[in-house]
Design a protein around this ligand. Structure first.
Ligand SMILES: *[C@@H]1O[C@H](CO)[C@@H](O)[C@H](O)[C@H]1NC(C)=O
Ligand SMILES: *[C@@H]1O[C@H](CO)[C@@H](O)[C@H](O)[C@H]1NC(C)=O
Ligand SMILES: *[C@@H]1O[C@H](CO)[C@@H](O)[C@H](O)[C@H]1NC(C)=O
Ligand SMILES: *[C@@H]1O[C@H](CO)[C@@H](O)[C@H](O)[C@H]1NC(C)=O
Ligand SMILES: *[C@@H]1O[C@H](CO)[C@@H](O)[C@H](O)[C@H]1NC(C)=O
Ligand SMILES: *[C@@H]1O[C@H](CO)[C@@H](O)[C@H](O)[C@H]1NC(C)=O
Ligand SMILES: *[C@@H]1O[C@H](CO)[C@@H](O)[C@H](O)[C@H]1NC(C)=O
Ligand SMILES: *[C@@H]1O[C@H](CO)[C@@H](O)[C@H](O)[C@H]1NC(C)=O
Ligand SMILES: *[C@@H]1O[C@H](CO)[C@@H](O)[C@H](O)[C@H]1NC(C)=O
Ligand SMILES: *[C@@H]1O[C@H](CO)[C@@H](O)[C@H](O)[C@H]1NC(C)=O
Ligand SMILES: *[C@@H]1O[C@H](CO)[C@@H](O)[C@H](O)[C@H]1NC(C)=O
Length: 398
C-alpha cells in the first residue's frame, strides 16, 4: 500500500470513529436494566431508575433517552427525577410497566404525597405505549379525605410533553402539572374505577400554555381539572366517563387571589358522568375566572351537564354566607348537545356579592335522558345573553 492510500485509509477510519462518537453524543440511551433494574415486579427498582435518570440528565447531548423496556414490570417507590439537565431534550420512554408499592404501609417513612416526580426539567418528553399503574386501591378506603399518592407529577417543567402512555389506579390524581410552562399532553389514557375517591385524571395548577388533547379518561373524580393561577389552557378531543367531568376549580379554597383565564375546552364527549362542563369556586376566594369557552360538547346521560357553583363547599350548604367570591366573567357555552339525567340541565348558582357576568349560550340542545321528562335551567345572579336556539330556555339576566 502506498503512503497516500494509507493516509487516506487512516483519515477515513478516523472520520468513521469520529462520526460514530458524534452520533452517540447527539442521541444517547439509558436502559434501566443496565443500571440494575430487575423488572420482576417485586424487587425494588427505584435506585436503578434514579441512576439511569442521573446518567441521562447529566449527558450533554441533544436527545437523551431513559428506556423502561417492554415485557417487564418495575416496582418503583416514590422517586424524584430532577433537573436541570445537561441534555437539551430528555425522553422518558416507557415501554414496559411501572407499578407502585401495593400497600399504603410501604409508603411509610418516605414523603408519600408524590409517587413519580419530574422536577425542574426543560424539554422533558414522557412517551411510549407502556403502563403506569399506581395500584392505589389500598388508599381509596382510607378515612382521610386528601390522602397522598399523586402518580405522575410534572413540577416546574418547561417545553415538555407527555405522549401515549397509560396511567391507571393512582392513589389520588393521575397526572399533575404544576408551576410549569408550555406542556403538551396527548393520546394518553387514564383509568380508575368510577367509585375511587379523589382520583382526578389530569390536574393543572399554577401553570400556563398547556395543551391537553386526544385523551380518554375514566375515573372516580374530575377527568380534567384546572386550579388556581392558570392561563392559556387548551383542552380538546376528550372522552370522559365515568368521572366528574371537566372542571375549572375548585378555586380560592384558601381565601387566596385566583387568576384563571383563557381556558378553552372543545370537542368533549361525556359518557354518564356526574358533571359535564363545570366551574366551582369557594366563597372565601378572591380574584377572577375570565375568557372561558366550552364548545362542541356532547353529553350522554350526564347528571349535571352545565354547572357553575360559586358556593362550593365540602358538604353542600354547610359553609356560611361570606361577602366575597371569585368573579366569573366572559364564559361562553357553545354547541352543547345531549341528555341530562337530572331535571336541571343548566345550573348557574352565582354569588349574591360577586355575580357571574358575561355568560353566553350559543346553540344548546339538552333533553332529558328519561323518556317523557323535561329539563330546565336554574339561575341565581347570572348575567349574560343567549344566541341561536337554546334548550332548555336560559334564565340569564341582562
Ligand atoms: C431528537 O429527537 C427528535 C424527535 O425524536 C428528532 O426529530 C431529532 O432528530 C433528534 N435529534 C437528534 C440530534 O438526535
Ligand atoms: C415482548 O413480548 C411480545 C409478545 O410476547 C414479543 O413479541 C416481543 O418480542 C417481546 N419483546 C421483547 C423485547 O422481549
Ligand atoms: C430539543 O431542545 C432544543 C433546545 O431546547 C429545542 O429547540 C428542540 O425543539 C428540542 N427538540 C425536541 C425534539 O424536543
Ligand atoms: C422555565 O422557564 C422559566 C421562565 O419562564 C425559568 O425561570 C425557569 O428556570 C425555567 N425552568 C427550567 C427547568 O428550565
Ligand atoms: C418524544 O419521544 C418519542 C419516543 O422517542 C418520539 O417518538 C417523539 O418524537 C419525541 N417527541 C419529541 C417532541 O421529542
Ligand atoms: C381497604 O382495602 C384494602 C384492599 O382493598 C383492604 O385490605 C383493607 O382491609 C381495607 N380497609 C378498610 C379500612 O376497609
Ligand atoms: C398547543 O397546540 C397548538 C395547536 O396544535 C400549537 O400551536 C401549540 O404550539 C401547542 N402548545 C404547546 C404548549 O405545545
Ligand atoms: C390553543 O389552540 C389555539 C388554536 O388551536 C392556538 O392558537 C393556541 O396557541 C393554543 N394555546 C396553547 C396554550 O397552546
Ligand atoms: C358509555 O359508558 C357505558 C358504561 O357506563 C359503556 O358501556 C359504553 O360503551 C360507553 N359508550 C361509549 C361510546 O364509550
Ligand atoms: C381576556 O380578558 C381580558 C380582560 O377582560 C382582556 O383584556 C383580554 O383581551 C381577553 N382575551 C384574551 C384572548 O386574552
Ligand atoms: C372573552 O373570551 C374570549 C375567549 O374565550 C376572547 O376571545 C374574548 O376576547 C373575550 N372578551 C373580552 C371582552 O374579554
Amino acid at each position: 500500500m502506498s503512503q497516500g492510500v494509507k493516509i487516506i485509509a487512516h483519515l477515513l477510519f478516523s472520520w468513521l470513529v469520529f462520526s460514530n462518537i458524534m452520533s452517540s453524543v447527539n442521541a444517547e440511551y439509558f436502559n434501566v436494566i443496565h443500571y440494575g433494574a430487575l423488572g420482576d415486579g417485586t424487587s425494588d427498582d427505584s435506585l436503578a431508575f434514579l441512576e439511569a435518570w442521573e446518567a441521562a440528565c447529566s449527558t450533554r447531548t441533544e436527545n437523551s433517552t431513559v428506556i423502561i423496556p417492554e415485557n417487564k414490570t418495575f416496582l418503583v417507590y416514590p422517586v424524584s427525577f430532577s433537573g436541570p439537565c445537561k441534555a437539551k431534550n430528555i425522553t422518558f420512554l416507557i415501554l414496559g410497566k411501572i407499578v407502585g408499592p401495593i400497600s399504603p404501609l410501604a409508603w411509610e417513612g418516605i414523603n408519600p404525597s408524590l409517587w413519580l416526580t419530574f422536577n425542574g426539567i426543560n424539554g422533558l418528553n414522557i412517551s411510549g405505549s407502556g403502563i403506569i399503574d399506581g395500584r392505589g386501591s389500598g388508599w381509596w378506603n382510607q378515612s382521610c379525605r386528601d390522602h397522598p399518592g399523586l402518580a405522575v407529577n410534572i413540577l416546574s417543567c418547561n417545553a415538555s410533553n407527555v405522549r401515549g402512555v397509560h396511567v391507571m389506579n393512582s392513589p389520588q390524581t393521575h397526572i399533575l402539572v404544576m408551576d410549569s410552562n408550555r406542556v403538551d399532553i396527548r393520546q394518553v389514557t387514564i383509568r380508575a374505577p368510577g367509585s375511587s375517591p379523589n382520583t382526578d385524571g389530569i390536574h393543572i395548577h399554577s401553570s400556563r400554555n398547556v395543551n391537553i388533547s386526544q385523551i380518554d379518561i375514566g375515573t372516580g373524580d374530575d377527568c380534567v381539572s384546572v386550579g388556581d393561577s392558570t392561563s392559556n389552557i387548551n383542552i380538546s378531543d376528550v372522552k370522559c366517563g365515568p368521572g366528574h367531568g371537566i372542571s375549572i376549580g375548585s378555586l380560592g379554597r384558601g381565601g387566596n387571589f385566583v387568576k384563571v383565564e383563557n381556558i378553552h375546552v372543545s370537542n368533549a364527549y361525556f359518557n354518564r358522568t356526574t358533571n359535564g362542563a363545570r366551574i366551582k369556586t369557594w366563597q372565601v376566594g378572591k380574584g377572577y375566572v375570565r375568557n372561558v369557552t366550552f364548545e362542541n360538547l356532547y353529553f350522554n346521560s350526564v347528571e349535571n351537564p352545565v354547572i357553575i357553583d360559586q358556593y362550593y363547599c365540602n358538604v353542600r350548604g354547610t359553609c356560611k354566607e361570606q361577602q366575597s367570591g371569585v368573579h366569573i366573567t366572559n364564559v361562553t357555552f357553545s354547541n352543547l348537545f345531549g341528555t341530562s339525567l337530572s331535571s336541571v340541565a343548566v345550573s348557574l348558582h352565582c354569588s349574591h356579592y360577586v355575580a357571574c357576568t358575561g355568560i353566553f349560550f350559543n346553540s344548546v340542545q339538552l333533553t332529558s335522558a328519561k323518556a317523557g321528562s323535561e329539563v330546565t335551567s336554574s339561575c341565581s345572579n347570572a348575567q349574560g345573553f343567549a344566541f341561536r336556539m337554546v334548550q332548555p330556555e336560559h334564565c340569564l339576566k341582562i
